[in-house]
Design a protein around this ligand. Sequence first.
Ligand code: SAM
Length: 248
Amino acid sequence: MRTLTLVGVGVGPGDPELLTLKAARMLREADAVFAPSTAADKPSRAEEIVRAATGVDARRLVFALDDSGGVTPHRTAAWDEAGRAVLDAFSTGADRIAFATLGDPNVYSTFTYLAETVIALGGEEHVRVETVPGITAMQDLAARSGTVLTQGREPLALIPATADEAVLTDAFTGTGTVVVYKGGRRLGDVLEAAAAAGRAAHTVIGTDLGLPTEQIIRPAEPGVIPSAPYFTTLIAPPPRRAGRGGAL
Ligand SMILES: C[S@@+](CC[C@H](N)C(=O)[O-])C[C@H]1O[C@@H](n2cnc3c(N)ncnc32)[C@H](O)[C@@H]1O
């Protein structure tokens, strides 16, 4: 019996140099490589990172990446079609299929839905799912902006800006660093919540990290940036006591 494997490969947020050696090997050794895209005729970020880092051409799978309405018929149809494309590749001879995904495949990734779909549609076929970790946008922004994510006893909260307001407020009034993903349209509200919790001074925002369009901003004042593109990450560390080991 054949062993069929679907591997979610994290390719980092944008800079091809942040794709790991293991990710590069997995992509080169796979029988087929796919990458998510918003349209069949539109190259995706993941696809471009894979090409720049490894020379491998990934096949596009179209997902409703910009659909913000939950489990919509559009999104469900896209998951199913992508799942069928992967199963077709298995049935035409591929034993090992890689799916390139931005950042890490276990952090807010389309890979989760693809893997669930392939398992559900797989029927008789036994498909093993694996993941290869990738550098997250949060880590890249911390490095590029010189921001320490956590020290000593501080917790770390990663929250999508689409979460309930109470979730954001709780995190900002807590003792740890808050990282906000998917912040684009709600950035103004997120910044206000950060400022209300006394975090404006050290808040940093990164858009298109690792790409020529990259921007890193320290807003300091709320309301200055009402919105930003989807590929925006915010880090708001807690107020820290000065001095070495202040958070121990
Ligand atoms: C669907 S999540 C994917 C997260 C990804 N799996 C990770 O591990 O970082 C998309 C969010 O990741 C963040 N993101 C991904 N790539 C980014 C980049 N190059 N620059 C800034 N933020 C990025 C943004 O907050 C964006 O809204």
